[in-house]
Design a protein around this ligand. Sequence first.
Ligand SMILES: *Cc1c(COP(=O)(O)O)cnc(C)c1O
Length: 497
Amino acid sequence: MKKLTYQSTRGGESGVTASQAILKGIASDGGLFMPEEIPQLDKTMEELSGLSYKEIAYEVMKLYLTDFTKKELQDCIEKAYDSKFDTEQIAPIVKAATAYFLELFHGNTIAFKDMALSILPRLMTAAARKNKVDKEIVILTATSGDTGKAALAGFADVPGTRIIVFYPKNGVSHMQELQMVTQKGDNTAVVAIHGNFDDAQTGVKKIFGDEEFGKKLDAGGFQLSSANSINVGRLIPQVVYYVYSYANLLARGEIEDGEKINVAVPTGNFGNILAGYLAKQMGVPINKLLCASNDNRVLYDFFTTGTYDKNREFVLTMSPSMDILVSSNLERLIYLSAGCDAKKTAKLMKDLAEKGSYTVTKEMQKRMKDFVGGFATEEEDAKAIRELYKNRGYVIDTHTGVAAAVWKHYRDESGDDSKTVIVSTASPYKFSRSVLEAIQGPSMMEDEFEIAEELQRISMVPVPNAILELRDAGVRHTMECDAADMEEAVAGILGIA
Ligand SMILES: *Cc1c(COP(=O)(O)O)cnc(C)c1O
């Protein structure tokens, strides 16, 4: 098979193999790795409809990760999508109201980040062997809540790796924080930042770009990598469930072969929805991609005006994993819409870094017409959750609620009633209080576990193990620091101060 190589969206690197791109995470010029071309599926939807999630994972990943052997890929897939998931379907699709909810929260941290982060450590260690890396790989990650736990769980006690996670002290849910600070594993560290997610993300990017610090790490026997959603090792496993969704709906007779569907995706860093776009480019009959934002509606404004402007108030919402003003993966769409013009992309990203905003050309805007921007306020989110429960008895989380609200709004406004897959990104139990209050109004209950039990009573879905095990888990991580001191924190943790 033809070898696919990767290049930086900013032009500084090209001819990079998939395994190198996974190891590096981010290109040395600060750009993101993109395949030199988007591969086409080499099986028909009809053929794919007979395959399992794992088999489809192989069919998709083999097209992108061409320097991995069949055995390596299958091995990674087998070990990633095993009994850590509480259903053999891995990503079940539930029909409720007139939409299909693609449940991506059946992994061990009950959010969709598990879909990619249960396989990334496998891909990374295989890539390290392939490239004869002799240093310990240090995963540095900023999290808006869910990436952190999923990455910690994925990398805990994986030989040859360390993982350090930074999260905004007051920017994650109680359950998300508990999940992280109780993480086991001798190679794990968790640090709370006095700042928001963007501060944490900027801090991590800064560490990656600091050459002096890189030398210090190198001398200490370490090499940095990223588990953030900019890593192609996360992006590509996420393409799988869009292909799987279509194949599954086809197998169930819910759609005709070739019938176009829409997808609605609750969006923060733009990684999940970009994977859906790649699936479309590979040949999956997807029409519109509904990009659903919460009150941090920077992407909605971008798709409606062509101007991306992060100079605005950062709002804390009940969908914290989408409280983001700098959507890193959007750079990949910018690059594609610029006709893979790295110079143009680099210029726009420079504008973003210097002024906090940039404007794309009319031509580029036209090339992005597959995307429809939408947003839901807190009340609209709560209403979507409440109505779905009242009408169908189906409980969704606060992030999925944003997508459900945006989908309804879009359908009513546009009259486009194509079948739609709503990407369901977290278990309602991860945000029990907000979900329960959306359904029942303000709650007097203080104890999070009591709230979870009440949610169990009304939803008749058992409380997942991921929540139950937190009840007695001891806190293992208590480090805090200012966003400006993250590099020092890393040095301290690694003992290279
Ligand atoms: C991370 C996350 C999102 C946003 O996904 P992106 O890929 O960052 O756009 C949405 N919902 C939940 C529950 C998440 O954890």
